[in-house]
Write a protein that binds this ligand. Structure first.
Ligand SMILES: Nc1ncnc2c1ncn2[C@@H]1O[C@H](COP(=O)(O)OP(=O)(O)OP(=O)(O)O)[C@@H](O)[C@H]1O
Ligand SMILES: [Mg+2]
Length: 326
């Protein structure tokens, strides 16, 4: 079992869309998948569940991931269990996201201060979602936990990133995406070393805590234009700069803390996600990945070729990732 977070503090770079498609592609390879939607925007949830399911999950006795930590937020007690939603007829589960997750962020900020002060409560609160996810994954023989995060360097993302085994950075070849990655490695490296020191000082705890060593496992080049009016030449230019940026701003700060914090890859671009244009909203509406769309979902004419291409691309990506993340 491996947990992989998809993270970039720059928004709109295709994190959610890529995570979703990778999960379905891995399941086609006979893997059992647990999605975890930890972005309060809930885009991953909206791609997986119909409105009724989401409405039920958000109701007072619902099963969104926020429900598990609600007692901590309200001061009523410790984390309680929450059951992920199972996608019908698939080996795919999802811990449903919740807009109220942002309320947990403040609590996690206090918990971080407590961690640095060596207080057990800080570790208990910070590890709560980590424990919830891992317990379910172990009991249900999950192969890959795929975690979608919101685009920020906040306390929730810190708690989750410290608890995952691997992380992958989706990137668009543009100025904004590159700028966004500039503080990512440095901030993460700070979190990792502060957490490691605090954990050493606190000694043995009676509950499972993250080991706090997420491994950088490459980036995904997202080839869709957010700024559609600008032409591809600029994108090629930015694209060529990505490997240097990744080395300088992600790998170097991390490996300065611990040389095992990055996979040892010849090429850190582990996947490319092409522009699928109107098939992306069609996939979102149909609650399916692009490569499972049919004419009943509205696929017509030449779009079939894109559906097939997408299937082949994601089969290769999923196969490759299972070789580098084991
Ligand atoms: N491969 C693609 N081809 C075409 N459009 C895409 C592709 N990937 C994503 N998009 C579109 O780009 C937008 C942003 O994608 P997505 O929501 O996956 O990004 P994100 O990084 O998760 O955003 P956020 O930071 O808000 O969570 C979406 O509207 C989606 O429809
Ligand atoms: Mg997203």
């Amino acid at each position: 079992m491996k947990s992989i977070a998809f993270f970039n503090n720059k928004g709109g770079v295709g994190k959610t869309t890529f995570t979703y498609h990778l999960g379905f592609a891995l399941e086609t390879l006979k893997k059992r998948i647990l999605f975890v939607d930890l972005d309060p925007q809930c885009n991953l949830t909206a791609h997986l569940c119909d409105e009724e399911t989401i409405n039920d999950a958000w109701a007072p006795n619902g099963n969104s991931i926020y429900k598990a930590v609600e007692p901590i937020v309200t001061g009523a007690g410790d984390m309680q269990s929450a059951i992920p939603y199972k996608v019908p007829d698939r080996n795919i589960w999802v811990f449903i996201g919740d807009l109220l997750l942002s309320d947990f962020d403040g609590e996690l900020s206090n918990a971080w201060t407590q961690i640095l002060a060596g207080q057990e409560r800080g570790f208990r609160v910070t590890s709560s979602i980590y424990r919830l996810i891992n317990e379910f994954a172990e009991q249900n023989k999950i192969d890959y936990i795929l975690i979608d995060l919101g685009p920020n360097l906040g306390s929730l993302n810190r708690a989750i990133l410290l608890g995952c085994d691997n992380f992958i950075i989706p990137m668009i070849p543009d100025l904004f995406s590159l700028r966004g990655s500039q503080n990512l490695g440095r901030v993460l490296a700070d979190w990792i070393s502060n957490y490691g020191n605090a954990k050493q000082r606190v000694g043995n705890l009676t509950f499972a805590t993250p080991n706090g060593k997420p491994i950088f496992s490459g980036y995904v080049l997202q080839q869709f234009n957010v700024y559609r009016t600008r032409k591809t030449k600029a994108y090629q230019n930015w694209g060529e700069q990505i490997p240097t940026y990744i080395e300088q701003y992600v790998i170097n700060p991390l490996t300065a803390v611990d040389r095992n914090l990055s996979l040892n890859l010849a090429n850190f671009q582990v996947a490319e996600f092409k522009n699928y244009h109107s098939l992306v909203p069609l996939a979102q509406e149909s609650l399916k990945p692009i490569f499972e769309l049919t004419n009943q979902d509205g696929v017509i004419g030449t779009h079939y070729q894109y559906v097939d291409n997408c299937r082949n691309e994601f089969r290769d990506i999923a196969n490759y990732l299972t070789t580098i993340i084991q």
